[in-house]
Design a protein around this ligand. Structure first.
Ligand SMILES: [Zn+2]
Length: 208
């Protein structure tokens, strides 16, 4: 059973942290680099709206991302926040940078791609969550916290920047991706490289 998270307390702590040192950083720390800007506070506000529903539905295979009613740009960030809360991983993260990372993940997935988009990315992360919990993977594989976080981030980002085309198409078209990766697992190499690029930009881990 996932404990109820005190979101009000969490939000207050973040606000204290933000106003403590550099006040300009609050304005700078938007979690979306594209059209819609959402701060870490707004992310938590959005999460608070959905937390009761998520607590009752998230740990089941019947959870359906297509019926999760939130603005599209907030869906992956809100659900991912719930995911790390569910596994008690928040203490490993710089929350502002993690929120920025989630915004970048959302905007790097292409919503114009019908299948391999942000919702699919999260759907796979949710399945990884079920493997860990309902499937007892965490215990069976004796996973540590950082292993769990790695698996969830990898699942979330596994199709990052997918353009809806196949590896065969890229190779035959001699696309930039295919040339860059010498025709070897073109899309997969691209998704992994994009993931590391975003992780380097927003270094959200508190641990070394
Ligand atoms: Zn996929």
């Amino acid at each position: 059973m996932v404990p109820l998270i005190n979101l009000e307390e969490r939000r207050r702590k973040i606000e204290e942290g933000l106003s403590g040192s550099d006040t300009s950083s609050d304005e700078d720390q938007h979690y979306d680099t594209t059209s819609k800007k959402l701060s870490i506070r707004q992310l938590y506000q959005e999460y608070a709206k959905h937390q009761p529903h998520l607590l009752s539905t998230f740990n089941s295979r019947s959870f359906n991302i297509f019926t999760f009613e939130a603005p599209r740009q907030t869906q992956l960030p809100v659900l991912s926040l719930h995911l790390v809360h569910s596994h008690n991983l928040l203490h490993l993260l710089n929350e502002v940078q993690f929120a920025n990372f989630l915004a970048l993940v959302t905007s790097t997935y292409r919503q114009s791609v019908q299948y391999h988009n942000d919702l699919h990315g999260f759907d796979v992360a949710h399945m990884a969550h079920l493997f860990l919990t309902q499937g007892n993977l965490k215990e069976l594989a004796e996973l540590q916290e950082v292993d769990v976080l790695s698996l969830l981030v990898a699942a979330l980002c596994h199709d990052l920047g997918h353009d809806g085309l196949t590896n065969g198409y890229h190779v035959n078209a001699m696309s930039q991706r295919a040339v860059r990766y010498s025709d070897v697992s073109v899309q997969e190499n691209y998704h992994a490289a994009e993931t590391f690029r975003l992780m380097q930009r927003e270094q959200f881990l508190n641990v070394t």
